[in-house]
Design a protein around this ligand. Structure first.
Ligand code: SAM
Ligand code: SF4
Length: 469
């Protein structure tokens, strides 16, 4: 059951279908999603998980470090960010971060080998050269890197200097992700993010000169004042630089969670049919330029490891995004970071003062988490496979979990048969479920059929998630 590749798969989506499917839904960077995390999972439970983790010293780890600072806020931003220009705040944060790293590394004992390491933010290159080196060394002293480890960082071309780029190379980063969002000046003005094409191009060229082989650009569709014409220009400009990967994120407009997004006027946002068209343009232009679609919202050149893994249907996804080789266990450092250890999610506090207070007491700054049940694990695998590989091998899931798929997921299959299958978004038989080219944009909706928490949330009718399109 293999789908044909179509460069305009979204042209067949009618306004009626779009209205039906464009509804609030999770992005499934985790299952269960972070809204299910609760305070019953606390620092003490996390300490037990660390003790268990230390018993398997040969098993690898993924590690994320959150560096939350930015100089100014882009009004669209949905990340956990601290806006400050005050000197000293970042230095004090690094003091706390170092205490957290040492506390956790002491508990992990000989469990030190990293296969995936990521600095995210905020803007990690907000830090000075000395601070970046310090952040690097505090981890490098306590952990070791597998020879082929993915070592990634998010950078903002507006603030990243050549000296910082050189330092990243020297330290051993091998993947760079740059925020671009949109090159159009009217859009930039509306979201308080002024970034010239030259800033992006200069950093990109310098990174290439330094020998970086994996460069990603982030774009967002659905921002205020974006039009099909302006977005086409943005993507065409991106293609002049030919990054290895691009993310084209659907704008998550969640002003009830991120109050600063209220600065964005609803009437300036493109209506849903235009928003779909914007993604269609990115899809058409990237595929036309030889890129391959990766998961819901990424594109990569065919030789890129993500594209290779996508073809082999061996892609994974975690809080750091799509990846080729995550470890089963995942440690998060820094405010708001989320870890996944021994079958439980654990999230640090988002507040700097609470982060410090916990470390003063010698405790991990965990605020909430979630211990997954067997049912959660089964659904998580199903959702992960669909989000990453658009495909489910039913006998394989049955063997892995000792279930009969048709019985275990009878409700979900019924839901698919009542909508996504007749609408042409999903094909299925007794052995496989496959998301079609058109269905890829709606993969969040398709996964929602397998989400056992969502029904309850929908009944409560409180806004939680951004819209799926
Ligand atoms: C931490 S930022 C990237 C690094 C750096 N701070 C920058 O902006 O250049 C991560 C990415 O999340 C995406 N993002 C942020 N807020 C978003 C939102 N509300 N909806 C969709 N994507 C968003 C942006 O594409 C951004 O580049
Ligand atoms: S998009 Fe990047 S630079 Fe802008 S506020 Fe968010 S994290 Fe900071």
């Amino acid at each position: 059951m293999t789908g044909t590749s179509d460069r305009k798969p979204l042209a067949s989506v009618t306004a009626e279908l779009l209205a039906k499917y464009d509804r609030p839904g999770p992005r499934y960077t985790s299952y269960p999603t972070a809204v299910e995390f609760h305070e019953g999972f606390d620092a003490k439970r996390y300490l037990l998980k660390l003790e268990e983790a230390a018993l398997k010293p040969e098993e690898p780890l993924s590690l994320y470090v959150h560096l939350p600072f930015c100089r100014e806020r882009c009004t669209f931003c949905g990340c956990n960010v601290i806006i400050t220009q005050k000197p000293g705040v970042a230095e004090a944060y690094l003091d706390d971060l170092e205490r957290e790293v040492n506390l956790i590394a002491d508990r992990l004992g000989k469990r030190t080998r990293l296969v995936q390491y990521h600095w995210g933010g905020g803007t990690p290159t907000y830090l000075t050269l000395t601070q970046m080196r310090r952040a690097w060394e505090m981890i490098a002293k306590r952990f070791t890197f597998a020879p082929d480890a993915e070592i990634a960082i998010e950078v903002d071309p507006r603030v990243t200097t050549r000296r910082q780029a050189e330092l990243l190379k020297e330290l051993g980063f091998n993947r760079i992700s740059m925020g671009v969002q949109d090159f159009d000046s009217e859009v930039q003005e509306a979201v308080n993010r002024y970034q010239t094409f030259n800033q992006t191009r200069d950093l990109h060229l310098y990174l290439r000169e330094l020998g970086f082989e994996s460069i990603n650009f982030d774009f967002i569709y659905g921002l205020p004042h974006q039009t099909p014409e302006s977005f086409r220009k943005t993507i065409e400009l991106a293609l002049e630089l030919r990054p290895d990967r691009v993310a084209v994120y659907s704008y998550a407009f969640v002003p009830w969670i991120k109050a600063h997004q209220k600065a964005i006027h609803l009437e300036d946002l493109p209506p849903r049919d235009v928003k779909l068209q914007l993604f269609g343009i990115a899809h058409e232009l990237f595929l036309g330029a030889g890129y391959q679609q990766i998961g819901m919202d990424h594109f990569a050149l065919p030789a890129d490891s993500l594209a290779v893994a996508a073809r082999a249907r061996s892609l994974f996804r975690n809080f750091m995004g799509y990846t080729t080789h995550p470890a089963r266990d995942y440690i998060g450092f820094g405010v708001s970071s989320i870890g996944d250890l021994g079958g439980a999610f654990a999230q640090n506090t988002k507040k700097l003062n609470r982060y410090k207070d916990a470390l003063d007491l010698g405790l991990p700054p965990i605020e909430r988490g979630f211990e997954r049940s067997r049912d959660d694990e089964i659904r998580r695998d199903v959702i992960q496979e669909l989000m990453c590989n658009f495909h489910l091998d039913l006998p394989e899931i049955e063997a892995r979990f000792d279930i009969r798929f048709a019985d275990y997921f009878a409700d979900a299959l019924r839901e698919l048969d009542e909508g996504p299958v007749p609408h042409g978004f999903v094909r299925r038989n007794e052995r496989e479920i496959e998301v079609t080219e058109t269905g890829r944009l709606f993969v969040r909706n398709i996964c929602m059929a397998f989400d056992s928490y969502l029904k309850q949330k929908e009944a409560e009718k409180k806004p939680i998630f951004s819209r799926t399109v």
